[in-house]
Design a binder for this molecule. Structure first.
Ligand SMILES: C[S@@+](CC[C@H](N)C(=O)[O-])C[C@H]1O[C@@H](n2cnc3c(N)ncnc32)[C@H](O)[C@@H]1O
Length: 332
């Protein structure tokens, strides 16, 4: 998924290499926590390297992604058959997405083509009815829901996030939605996924490596990805305004007034030996501010790399295509 602040590219080298050079090459006895997990790519990178991944994010869509990618770790029988069935069910035209977020149903909003909106509704309802009648278990439920979210996101008619839709259907949004299985890694170990405020969860967990990737700026994820929460939850509400926004959680990491206090609370209460913080050079906290907070609680170090800017952030105000991505390191 194309996600604000995704660490997909950093996961091939920079993150695993820097973490290994600090904590050692053999992490097989480690508990690794990805407490601002988003798409889950960082936890997925470490799933086979460590004993246990703890994954968390405040957003429900992220919880669904990670329940599948992180917590699912044993083979699921016949999962391809269910995906096939979802791709061939008759379309309904009385679903929430079609009625509120497609041109044919809402008369204005166009986050999806009419066909794709109806298909999302049909598939979403089917997944829920399978769960209710107990023909699937929760492992398969999260696999199917995650597959639907990932596949729907690919045909969304947006520039990149769901803060607004495009007037005309773009090319990729004209494609018919085909639900593809969101495959997860099979592995022996058990992992755990939460949907909590990081500052609450931190008081309840402990481990070896804590990876922090909070929002850098004022953009709230709940507003930018509201439609993913709507598909994931699938409970009716009154969509607001032109964009059909729902009520959403406001993170204190997205405000200049609250971020430092929030961050220091997290560092202070973290019962982990190593803490890594990803943050870029355009974030609400400066490098010096972060160093002075982290430095109070142990030995501080800094690694950095240049990074390709997120697509939606390249505009006339941001001339350079790349930013510096810092990895702040604390050994407690
Ligand atoms: C920069 S993104 C993480 C991206 C992730 N590492 C990835 O590669 O996909 C920040 C994440 O923090 C989450 N978040 C914001 N405030 C939070 C809070 N107080 N507690 C937990 N998660 C929060 C957002 O929902 C978002 O998914």
């Amino acid at each position: 998924m194309n996600y604000i602040g995704s660490k997909l590219k950093l996961c091939s080298d920079f993150l695993p290499q820097t973490i290994s050079s600090t904590c050692g090459n053999d992490l097989s006895n480690c508990t690794f926590c990805d407490i601002f997990a988003g798409t889950g790519i960082v936890g997925r990178t470490f799933k086979s390297k460590v004993k246990k991944v703890i994954s968390n994010d405040i957003e429900y869509y992220s919880y669904i992604l990670n329940k599948n990618y992180i917590e699912n770790h044993r083979p699921i029988e016949n999962k391809a058959k269910y995906i096939e069935e979802l791709n061939s069910i008759p379309l309904v035209d009385d679903g929430f997405i079609y009625k509120n977020y497609c041109l044919g149903g809402s008369g204005e909003r166009q986050y999806f083509s009419d066909y794709n909106g109806k298909k999302i509704d049909s598939a979403r309802k089917k997944i829920e009815s399978w769960l209710c009648e107990q023909s699937i278990d929760y492992n398969l439920y999260y696999y199917l829901l995650c597959s639907l979210l990932e596949s729907a996101d690919k045909v969304a008619n947006t520039a990149s996030v769901y803060g607004a839709y495009l007037k005309k259907l773009k090319k990729s949004a004209q494609q018919e939605l085909v639900i593809q299985g969101a495959e997860f890694e099979i592995n022996e170990n058990q992992h755990i996924v939460y949907q909590m405020d990081a500052n609450e969860l931190i008081k309840e967990i402990s481990g070896d490596i804590l990876y922090l990737d909070p929002p850098y700026n004022a953009r709230q994820y709940g507003a930018n990805y509201h439609l993913l929460n709507t598909i994931a939850e699938y409970k009716p509400f009154e969509p607001r305004g032109k964009t059909g926004l729902r009520s959403y959680t406001k993170s204190k990491y997205c405000s200049k007034n609250t971020v430092k206090e929030e961050f220091e609370f997290l560092i202070k209460n973290a019962n982990f030996k190593y803490i890594f913080l990803s943050y870029n050079n355009e974030g609400l906290m400066t490098v010096d501010e972060i160093e002075s907070i982290m430095g109070k609680y142990g030995h501080y170090d800094l690694a950095q790399t240049s990074y390709q800017r997120f697509k939606a952030d390249s505009n006339r105000f941001n001339k350079s295509d790349s930013t510096i991505e810092y990895l702040h390191i604390l050994t407690k």
